[in-house]
Design a protein around this ligand. Sequence first.
Ligand code: IMP
Length: 199
Amino acid sequence: MRKLFVATGNRDKLREIRAILGDSVEVVSLHDVPPYPEPAETGETLLENALIKAREGYARTGLPSLADDTGLEVEALGGAPGVFSARYAGENASYQDNVRKLLEELGSRPLIERSATFRCVMALVDGEREVWWEGAAEGVILSEPKGTSGFGYDPVFYSYELKKSFAQATAEEKNSVSHRGRALQSLVSEVQQLLSNIK
Ligand code: IMP
């Protein structure tokens, strides 16, 4: 089976990526290769950051490398936290710190003013090509966390399609409509073909 390097050590993301790619490829992650410092995410867009991580992954492993960058864009906050979602409450912020900051920023705004979009860019770099796919999920930011599944902003992201928060959904439900699930679904049909063309 062809190997695909997924340039992340985030176990939450890896769980979702492995579940969606299934047994179409063997997923190798940052946990399976000799350690290297993850590159700084200095890009101004999700695509730039996804490419930075995928290029570094390919340079380090020589394997076709996939990297994801995700942002939560809240309309009332002018698209924040967006590309800064991981460090919204500071450099070493935890998932809970970021959620707390988001709820503080939105204060007591009514639901109608809490629209948000999760956006994910998945980039694949293999030395010959750089390709990417995007996925998005629409919803609103709840006034308090609901549910215990998922990770990150999932407890406060109410999905219009699921009619519940991502943290109240099963993994299958979230993956079927999520930003990451959608980006992966578009690539899964192409990835086998891309990998089979790689020397
Ligand atoms: P990253 O820069 O792509 O690692 O992701 C930015 C931040 O967005 C992460 O630290 C998480 O807090 C959050 N995030 C990414 N994907 C998800 C998701 O599927 N659900 C909830 N939060 C997410």
